[in-house]
Design a protein around this ligand. Structure first.
Ligand code: NAD
Length: 321
């Protein structure tokens, strides 16, 4: 069994490799060559933490395993650690033997950013120029970097419930050579692509804050009860997701479904667009919305790519189980 420690990951995986791994596994899911297991996610009543497991099997990629971990909201302020903590475990699908244990923290950020980047590549208008960011926490920086690579971006506008966090996101925009402006939610109508990446439990982005033709990647809602955008927005948009079962239960669509505004059959998998079995965006005025809940197969796909590179580079540690 191979171990790839968290500290080694940054030198082993690129945004491009993460994008390719995630795009491929979304395609495999839509082709029914890969499937995710039901998610376990528990509020453990300690440190306000949410802990759980996301697993799956990708027959096409030969990847079986799970990610264990979750969200510890006080880590940063109390311990200087990031709030997300996770580890990926891979198993040999032929024998069930453990194959690898891989640090999952950076991988989670990269695979989540890759998911919205995949949605931007396949669903945003080709002339999209302005990136709108809702959220300015740890993930937002990864999201912005990955999104900027998918568009001829000219400007970043941003809103965050805690405005003191915005200047740091402005620094990331500056690194990308993009002008940055903090705006009111009303100002989001200027955006061609909007990424929401907050831990909100109530909608902040309303249908009126979004202009026709916008592509939204809603990435923060990954638990029952969370919500970032007004449910009416999903009724107005063409809705895509990573996986329908997750989107309707723990994703942004849970609210529009509960309010009877849309049904499961109104939601399409992004993999179908990648595979060419769904046409994707069909007009310049259409609002497209990607409900990115984060599936276990994304984690397994990027982890498997990392293990391969780590073995090649002699960085993976081999242990007998
Ligand atoms: P973080 O703690 O670093 O940042 C949290 C962000 O949410 C900040 O912008 C903060 O200002 C904002 N926020 C906090 N409370 C809010 C509220 N009540 N209303 C509106 N905004 C609020 O967290 P992070 O690591 O950046 O993660 C952000 C979210 O993304 C989390 O909810 C996390 O669970 C989710 N996430 C989703 C996936 C996925 O695959 N979909 C993957 C990783 C993280």
């Amino acid at each position: 069994m191979w171990i790839v420690p968290e500290a080694a990951i940054a030198d082993l995986v690129s945004r491009e490799a993460s994008f390719d791994a995630v795009e491929k596994v979304f395609a495999a899911m839509a082709a029914r060559d890969a499937y995710n297991f039901p998610v376990v996610r528990e509020a453990i009543g300690h440190e306000d933490a949410l802990y759980g497991f996301k697993g799956g099997f990708d027959r096409a990629g030969g990847t079986l395993g799970l990610k264990a971990g979750g969200y510890w909201p006080h880590n940063l302020e109390k311990r200087g650690l990031i709030n997300h903590q996770s580890t990926v475990f891979l198993f040999d699908p032929d024998t069930g033997k453990p194959a690898a244990m891989v640090g999952g923290n950076l991988l989670t950020a990269l695979r989540t950013a890759a998911a919205s980047a995949v949605s931007i590549r396949h669903l945003a208008r080709p002339d999209a120029k302005v990136i709108g960011m809702i959220g300015a926490g740890h993930q937002s920086h990864f999201q912005l970097r990955a999104a900027a690579e998918q568009m001829q971006a000219e400007k970043v506008i941003a809103w965050n419930m805690h405005p003191d966090m915005l200047p740091k996101l402005g620094e990331t925009a500056a690194e990308l050579g993009l002008p940055f402006e903090a705006v009111d939610l009303d100002g989001m109508t200027e955006a061609d692509v909007i990424i929401t990446i907050t831990s909100s439990f109530a909608p902040t982005l309303m249908a009126d804050h979004v202009a026709p033709g916008t592509h939204l990647a809603c990435m923060g809602t990954d638990t029952k009860g969370k919500q970032e955008v007004e449910a009416a927005l999903l009724a107005r948009a063409t809705v895509f997701c990573d996986e329908v079962a997750q989107s309707t239960s723990i994703g942004e669509a849970q609210h529009a479904i509960a309010e009877g505004l849309i049904s499961d059959s109104d939601i399409s998998e992004i993999g179908a667009v990648i595979n060419g079995t769904h046409p994707g965006r069909q007009s310049a005025d259409e609002i497209t919305l990607f409900d990115g809940t984060g599936v276990g197969l994304q984690d397994l796909a990027v982890a498997a790519a990392v293990v391969e590179t780590a073995i090649e580079k002699g960085v993976a540690i081999e242990v007998e189980m």
